[in-house]
Write a protein that binds this ligand. Structure first.
Ligand SMILES: N[C@@H](CCC(=O)N[C@@H](CS)C(=O)NCC(=O)O)C(=O)O
Length: 213
């Protein structure tokens, strides 16, 4: 969605309940996962594949022109699942002691990204490749956005040792392209799912709407 917005592409979005995936969705999503992009009736799946397709098809190109840089950008988007697991290992936890365990793992993932931002970029940001949002930014932003939201409650301070990641996250979350890519009631939905799944952090959001459940 971030890339669709960054490229100003007209699109229609259909949200589904991942707890009760409709049959039509299971027919077009081989792994039963979102996102799926339907292009003239042909479903594309996997975020990176979708992002690269959009980048090839619609100007402006956001992936670097230089093949080496492009491959290295792609390598950093391939790190997203590990990174996301590291961050969510803090808040997808049922109690404070599990969260402590998560807090031991997350810095190892954050350190790799901090190093990438320090050495790989060769620019002062604010985004991964400099002044223009790119595919690496789009891939990390949703996970940084969710973490920033729970961190307001958890106050773990885990990003303090990673100032470049913090600054990158701040820049991404200051971008309307990123923040506007989720539904307006995203926070309620997210809190409802944390509560429904019995995660400790969910208990810190007292007044959150139960209607989204
Ligand atoms: N590798 C996939 C992962 C997608 C993914 O994990 N999607 C999650 C939501 S963020 C999902 O659909 N989960 C539902 C499920 O696994 O049942 C991609 O990058 O598109």
């Amino acid at each position: 969605m971030i890339l669709l917005r960054a490229k100003d592409i007209d699109f229609e979005v259909t949200y589904i309940n991942l707890q009760e995936k409709p049959d039509w969705f299971l027919e077009i999503s081989p792994h039963g996962k979102v996102p799926v992009l339907s292009v003239d009736g042909v479903p594309l799946f996997e975020s990176n594949a979708i992002a690269e397709y959009l980048d090839e098809m619609v100007e402006p190109k956001l992936h670097p022109a230089d093949p080496i840089k492009r491959a290295r950008n792609r390598a950093w988007t391939d790190f997203v699942p590990d990174f996301a697991k590291g961050l969510s290992g803090i808040y997808y936890t049922k109690d404070a002691s599990a969260m402590e365990e998560g807090l031991k793992v997350a810095p190892t993932r954050l350190a790799k990204l901090e190093e990438a931002l320090a050495t790989e970029r060769g620019n002062d940001g604010p985004y991964f490749n400099g002044e223009t949002l790119c595919l690496v930014d789009a891939a990390y932003a949703p996970f940084l956005q969710r973490f920033a939201f729970v961190e307001e409650k958890l106050q773990t301070g885990v990003l303090k040792d990673f100032p470049l990641v913090q600054a990158w996250s701040d820049a991404l979350l200051a971008s309307d392209t990123v923040t506007g890519s989720v539904v307006s009631h995203f926070e309620d939905e997210f809190v409802a799912s944390l509560k429904r799944r019995g995660f400790y952090v969910g208990t810190l959001f007292e007044g959150a709407s139960a209607a989204a459940e």
